[in-house]
Write a protein that binds this ligand. Structure first.
Ligand code: RAM
Length: 889
């Protein structure tokens, strides 16, 4: 292996992206070396139009730049052109004087950079429609001729509704739910598909199916339809470049034809009805006779709002086989998938023409073991397949998804066999970056449930739940979970897209809708802890990925949220007015209320302080010193007012709830003796409740953090390892495979929490995940040097765990932090720090004299800069490499 290598080049977080419209994209790379303590001292980037032009025709050459930056280096070459591939390569020099070879060549390809390049027309099907009904989906087609040798062909396509594209009978790409869900009135994504291989000489045909989807289908529990418009439409351009340099553009226009087809109905919540007898074989091929098809109409719709795909696409990422066929006491035929999953079923069946098979989905069986759909509210989650009667037929839907573990079959001919069914798991296809594991099997199952909650609810937007008639981008849920999410997967593009939608949907006065994209009626908005997503989410992307550009882009949105709070109520430094969800689903809520007992103004004022402090820090990061000073001073005043209003001089909080104490500590609102008393009271509140939590959406994410940070790690461990209700592990003991919305979604006697709001796949309480990574395994970034440029490692031993380990594929490379206790009472801590980063490692209770690294005295170990003994252990600063520390405890 080369001593120093540059690997995993990415442009805007993606490896070789095709179809991006970022005018100055950012390039990142990872250094790989077997040596310890490797830091980049300089880099060189070269960009050209093709690999053979690196030597004589460069578009951009940075020369040797003295810098340790290897993440988000902004392209500053000549202005990029549309529809162009740029290849790039990078080499680096290390501080040791080593240098790498040129990296392998990577590329990015631009899409249509200006709206005027969209010369195609928006078209709709000329078929009479009733926008208030779920109707058959539209199929569009156009035939065209290719005449000459094609060197490259690329399609740019989008729709009002959801589309699937085909060319000459082949599906184009594997992205699902295109064009994705954005704030459609101001931002509509299009996708880019290289299709050179799919074209053929002579006659060709394009096909496009379009369903209602988020654009105009049923959204929300109030049975709304047509949230963004009442007509489906498509827009497409196929750019063909011939070997002789000439170009041809095939585009949507009124020469396209339209028809209905086998999909008789398709709704995100309710499922799809597919009548295979109505298939039109070859409808997307050249020689299909479309004389019976309807025409299309050109319609006006903005092209200014078009943006290239920002997020990773949704795909089928895994296929599960059912584990059991159940005959329920009620006589139902039910498949058990063994996992609460999101996606759809692929079935294979042999039945006579007209046989109707109903495939219904549910998350749980009831107490008696029967199929239970009460918690789905009005969402039907039912796919219907009508056989054409031509031997073995296979079916899976296209424009709907279901949240389920159990599948009820009706009308299936004969005895269903497990192998005739496959569960297709669908999610935004994000890179898996994190792994957490420990010696406690139930905690490992909890981690599994957190990950599956994320997989199921990150389907283009971060949703609260994937099964009932809701599935919306609740801001509060997203902000509590984002840090956990950023460990498990690379969520930077996912949240970049979503916070831009937040900004787009934000009200003029800075208020933030409850859900993003916003589809709720506007009677209320801007609840504390929900609207704060405007600040917390961009800040967390900055913490986890060092993404300063996103912070800069969102700055106005962050600021207007804080200014909005500032303008509310009669006290500038408290937030004591308006509607708030409060400590949603807290167990100390009054009967028949979802709002926990912690006063809304206390929660609102605490979050006001927190968002203001993050905004002040953001202003510092962006060099806006006057704003920074303004918000720093505002933060101190809010803190002061918070204490005046809610804390007695001796440290008694006005609300004796766990959440009130958690927030005061988490957001640093109290100091000195007041703080000590609040910590003591929190512990008492937990003890009085026999080591159980009472917190809801707001208090739960921080509960263990404040305990561990304030000398009460053992109490945090007791809470996390608690198996009886209410606790994180109670659902695990009940066989949960995802996170539940309620601590008692299923009660100990097997009955359910009310039908009204009882999701079994709701990630909010999964926010405990970041405590597992950051505290139990001890893996965190320095907040002053974000994106894990400077890493903080501080693993915590504690009762109940024999070992714990976490890994994170960061922007710089793999970070590992793990520990184990040996039989001889030793504590072994193994860590890996990627090249071009440094770390501060704290080894709890270790003594410098006896501390070993890879079997040698800590004083002899290579790569270590400083070692310091303090009362509670040893703190070391070190450079990249893998280390193994052994301490006697
Ligand atoms: C429900 C969901 C969601 C929550 C809102 C306030 O619809 O539980 O998660 O954020 O309420």
């Amino acid at each position: 292996m080369q001593p120093l290598q540059v690997m995993q080049l990415t442009c805007e977080y993606r490896s070789n992206p095709v179809g991006i419209d970022v005018i100055q994209p950012r390039l990142s790379w990872k250094l790989v070396s077997e040596r310890r303590n490797v830091k980049q001292n300089a880099y060189q980037i070269q960009v050209a139009a093709a690999p053979d032009l690196f030597d004589n025709q460069l578009i951009w050459d940075t020369g040797k730049v003295i810098s340790d930056q290897s993440v988000h280096v902004v392209y500053e070459g000549a202005a990029l052109e549309s529809r162009t591939r740029y290849v790039y390569r990078i080499r680096v020099w290390s501080e040791h004087g080593q240098h790498s070879d040129w990296s392998e060549t990577a590329y990015w390809e631009t899409s249509l950079l200006t709206p005027s390049e969209w010369t195609a027309d928006w078209i709709t099907a000329n078929i009479p429609r009733d926008p208030e009904q779920a109707e058959p989906i539209d199929m569009f087609r156009a035939a065209f001729q290719i005449d000459g040798q094609v060197s490259r062909a690329v399609i740019y396509a989008t729709s009002l509704g959801l589309y699937e594209l085909s060319l000459n009978g082949n599906r184009v790409g594997d992205a699902l739910f295109t064009p994705g869900w954005t704030s459609y009135t101001s931002r509509l994504q299009y996708q880019t598909y290289p299709v050179t291989e799919l074209l053929k000489d002579g006659g060709n045909a394009l096909g496009m199916m379009v369903a209602d989807g988020w654009y105009k289908g049923n959204l929300g529990w109030q049975k709304q339809r047509n949230c963004y418009g009442s007509e489906r439409a498509v827009l497409l351009q196929l750019h063909i470049t011939y070997e002789d340099g000439s170009e041809q553009i095939i585009k949507t226009g009124d020469n396209w034809k339209a028809s209905e087809g086998p999909i008789r109905m398709s709704e995100l919540y309710h499922g799809e009805t597919y009548d295979a007898r109505l298939e039109q074989n070859g409808w997307d091929t050249w020689d299909y006779d479309d004389s019976g098809w309807s025409g299309t109409n050109v319609r006006e719709h903005s092209k200014e709002i078009l943006i290239a795909q920002e997020n990773n696409p949704a795909r089928i990422v895994e296929r599960l086989q059912p584990i059991e066929l159940i005959r329920t006491p009620a006589g139902e035929t039910v498949l058990d998938m063994g996992q609460n999953m999101v996606g759809w079923m692929h079935i294979s069946v042999e039945g006579e023409a007209g046989r109707t098979i109903t495939i219904q989905h549910a998350e749980v069986l009831d107490k008696e073991g029967n199929f239970y759909t009460g918690n789905l509210r009005s969402a039907k989650q039912t796919n219907v397949y009508i056989c054409k009667g031509e031997g073995v037929e296979t079916y899976e839907p296209r424009f709907t998804f279901q949240g389920f573990r159990y599948v009820k079959l009706e009308g299936y001919p004969g005895e269903p066999k497990l192998e005739q069914f496959t569960g297709c798991v669908i999610t935004t296809d994000l890179e898996t970056t994190g792994h957490f594991e420990c010696s406690h099997p139930l905690i490992n199952q909890l981690q599994h449930n957190i990950e599956w909650g994320q997989i199921g609810n990150f389907l283009d937007v971060p949703t609260d739940c994937p099964q009932r008639d809701e599935r919306l981008g609740w801001t509060g849920d997203a902000q509590v979970f984002i840090r956990t999410a950023a460990f498990n997967r690379n969520v930077a593009p996912f949240f970049t897209k979503w916070v831009r939608d937040l900004k787009a949907d934000q009200f003029r006065d800075g208020g933030v809708p409850h859900v993003i994209p916003d589809v709720l009626p506007q009677d209320t908005h801007s609840s504390s802890a929900w609207g704060d997503a405007a600040v917390i989410c961009p800040w967390t992307v900055y913490l986890s990925y060092g993404d300063k550009r996103l912070l800069a882009e969102q700055y106005d949105s962050m600021k207007s949220w804080v200014d909005y709070i500032h303008s509310q109520g009669d006290n500038t430094y408290l937030w004591n007015s308006g509607f708030h969800f409060g400590d949603w689903l807290g167990l100390d809520a009054k009967e028949n209320s979802y709002k926990g007992a912690t006063p809304s103004d206390l929660i609102a004022s605490a979050f006001y302080a927190y968002s203001t402090s993050l905004l002040a820090q953001t202003a510092r990061v962006l060099g806006k010193s006057s704003d920074a000073a303004t918000y720093e001073s505002l933060y101190s005043k809010i803190k002061e007012q918070f204490r005046n209003e809610f804390v007695s001089p001796a440290g008694r909080l006005c609300a004796a709830t766990q959440t009130a104490h958690v927030l005061a500590l988490m957001f640093d609102l109290v100091e000195g003796e007041q703080k000590k008393r609040i910590v003591r009271t929190l512990v008492e509140l937990i003890e009085e409740n026999s080591f159980h939590l009472t917190t809801g959406f707001v208090g739960t994410p921080y509960l263990c953090h404040v305990l561990s940070d304030n000398g009460q790690h053992d109490i945090a461990l007791k809470l996390v390892l608690q198996e009886s209700y209410p606790s994180w592990l109670y659902p695990v003991t009940q066989g949960a495979t995802t996170m539940w919305e309620h601590w008692d979604g299923v009660k100990a006697d097997g009955s359910f929490w009310s039908d009204n709001m009882n999701s079994f796949n709701h990630y909010a309480y999964g926010a405990i995940g970041d405590w597992l990574y950051q505290v139990v395994a001890g893996l965190d970034t320095d907040h002053q040097s974000t994106g894990y440029k400077h890493i903080k490692i501080r693993p915590r031993v504690g009762q109940g765990f024999e070992y714990a380990k976490a890994s994170l594929e960061s922007m710089y490379g793999m970070i590992r932090s793990g520990w184990e206790r040996t039989e001889h009472g030793e504590w072994i801590v193994s860590i890996t720090i990627p090249a071009n980063t440094t770390a501060e490692v704290h080894l709890q209770d270790a003594r410098l004299e006896t501390l070993l690294e890879s079997g040698r005295s800590i004083f002899e170990a290579e790569g270590i800069y400083t070692r310091q003994q303090s009362a509670d252990g040893v703190t070391i600063t070190l450079g990249s490499g893998s280390y193994q520390f052994t301490a006697n405890q």
